[in-house]
Design a protein around this ligand. Structure first.
Ligand SMILES: Cc1ncc(COP(=O)(O)O)c(C=O)c1O
Length: 490
């Protein structure tokens, strides 16, 4: 009982999950060196390199690819990829027309369709600038043009069109059969997401892409270090991207990387990176404060007042949010696309060195859940050797109710994803998603909950989660009794 007060940190899946003592100290030290935040030059191997360049080199070596180009997020990385493939500077045969389509799976985060929707915004903005100059005298018409730019509908028309493909209920990944069905003469690219660090069915997907001349883009936001048939995820696509955001495989609060071995594409992405500039000092400050305040102030007091502090810090903009409210409406915040500032590259490098340790730990905790939750009413994930289990996703008909109950007991289990395009308050129509178009994704959104596997989760913590889950299910396979079980036990 007394121990509970000595260790009041909640068991949490998403509150600074990957941060260890050395990461906090590093962020704390960087806070006092603003001259190193955007771009600084270090001495290493007699070569002068910035921290983001060193990280790019390490990524290239790790994945065995020719190019790695860093950004401030996976979203910026995907924007760069789409601009290089379909933007102003793309080669004439690759230049997309307005109705050209990018296929991607439902049961995802709005961070994936949004860059597709935003992909031509920069061009639209430039066109608006020209129109503004021409219409300076004609105020009425200028007002109209301005209103049109602000109007989401016109921004949508400017972008590529996201086409949602259903997912396989067992793998959480894109369903090759539905992918075949959704391909049209306008289809140009497929974004494959390896959800929760479980690799997608690459053999089948590659065959489809080859047969239909589609560009394969790998979204490895959940899967750094995962393998498919012994080959590293991120090396199958013509181009791939990774994320280092707060609850990904490694974390610098925000960050991302594009990798490719395609010379022409890499050149365009590099030019794009050099053009877009760095995020503001204030934005970098927000990210550096996150691991420090979260671990030294919020988590230790979470059960008392920390959770209110967290809301206050977000409200006061001391912390950034993982998803800006604008994104839930298909609009683009001003800090995308941007380059990776050096301060965050230094944090990411420190995490990258611990990747194998992190993923080994994830696999061990996943094995523990596998063992302990066998023969319960929870449906466990279908697993294979190359999985890294960013989160251990299980299914239960009363998933939402169980998540709520767990949260109320400071067991902060995960809710990826409770809608076909998360977070839950994302406007599906702004994502151009039609309800009913991906039935498996919609079903998964009702029955999926995820358990933490990160480095700060001990076997003892996992045991607490298992005990909670077992209690409420009472090892009863009759799903209808779960609601009453939840009420009785808690
Ligand atoms: C599946 C998936 N892809 C891409 C992204 C984008 O990554 P980032 O948060 O670094 O922009 C996310 C994260 O939100 C994600 O969950």
């Amino acid at each position: 009982m007394f121990c509970q007060y000595l260790n009041p940190k909640p068991i949490s899946i998403s509150l600074s999950p990957n941060t260890e003592k050395d990461d906090i100290l590093l962020a704390f030290k960087l806070l006092w060196k603003p001259w190193r935040w955007k771009f600084s030059v270090n001495q290493r191997n007699n070569q002068r390199q910035s921290a983001s360049t060193i990280l790019e080199e390490e990524f290239k070596k790790y994945l065995g690819v020719k190019y790695a180009i860093s950004f401030n997020s996976g979203r910026s990385a995907l924007m760069a990829i789409l601009a290089a493939l379909f933007g102003e500077q793309a080669s004439s045969e690759a230049l997309a027309k307005e109705d050209e389509e990018v296929l991607l799976q439902a049961f995802t985060c709005n961070a994936v369709p949004n860059p597709v929707i935003w992909s031509r915004l920069r061009e639209a903005e430039a066109r608006y600038g020209e129109a503004k100059a021409r219409l300076r005298e004609a105020e009425a018409r200028y007002g109209e043009a301005k209103a049109r730019l602000r109007d989401d509908a016109s921004a949508r028309q400017a972008g590529l069109k996201p086409i949602y493909v259903d997912c396989n209920e067992n793998t959480f990944n894109i369903d090759p059969e539905d992918l075949r069905r959704k391909i049209t003469s306008n289809s140009r690219a497929v974004i494959v997401q390896h959800t929760f660090g479980l690799p997608a069915e690459m053999d089948e997907i590659i065959k489809i892409c080859q047969a239909h001349n589609l560009i394969l883009i790998e979204d490895c936001a959940h899967s750094l270090g995962a393998t498919y048939k012994g080959k590293k995820i991120g090396t199958f696509g013509r181009v791939s991207f990774f994320s280092f955001s707060r609850d990904k495989v490694i974390s610098s609060v925000y960050g991302g990387m594009v990798v490719t071995s395609d010379d022409e594409l890499a050149k365009k992405i590099k030019e794009y990176q050099e053009r877009i500039g760095y995020p503001s000092y204030f934005w970098i400050l927000q990210q550096l404060l996150h691991p420090v305040l979260m671990n030294w102030l919020i988590l230790p007091t979470y059960k008392y007042f920390g959770k209110y502090l967290l809301i206050l810090f977000q409200w006061l903009h001391i912390f950034s949010k993982a998803v800006h409210w604008k994104e839930k409406r298909g609009q683009k915040p001003c800090y995308f696309p941007k380059r990776l500032p050096d301060a965050l590259a230094i944090l990411a490098q420190n995490q990258f060195r611990k990747l194998e340790k992190f993923n080994r730990h994830r696999r061990e905790i996943a094995e523990f859940y596998n063992r302990e939750l066998a023969d319960t009413s929870y449906q466990l994930p279908v697993t294979s050797d190359g999985d890294i289990f960013l989160r251990y996703a299980i299914k239960h008909p009363n998933a939402h109710q169980i998540i709520q109950k767990a949260w109320s007991h400071n067991l902060l289990v995960g809710d990826w994803y409770t809608t076909p395009i998360a977070p839950h308050d994302t406007k599906l129509e702004k994502m151009q998603y039609t309800l009913g178009s991906c039935p498996n994704a919609e079903k998964l959104a009702k029955i999926t909950l995820n358990l933490p596997t990160h480095i700060n989760i001990s076997v003892k913590d996992a045991q607490k989660i298992v005990d909670f889950l077992k209690k409420i299910s009472k090892n009863n396979k009759d799903h209808n009794t779960i609601s009453t079980a939840v009420e009785k036990v808690l």
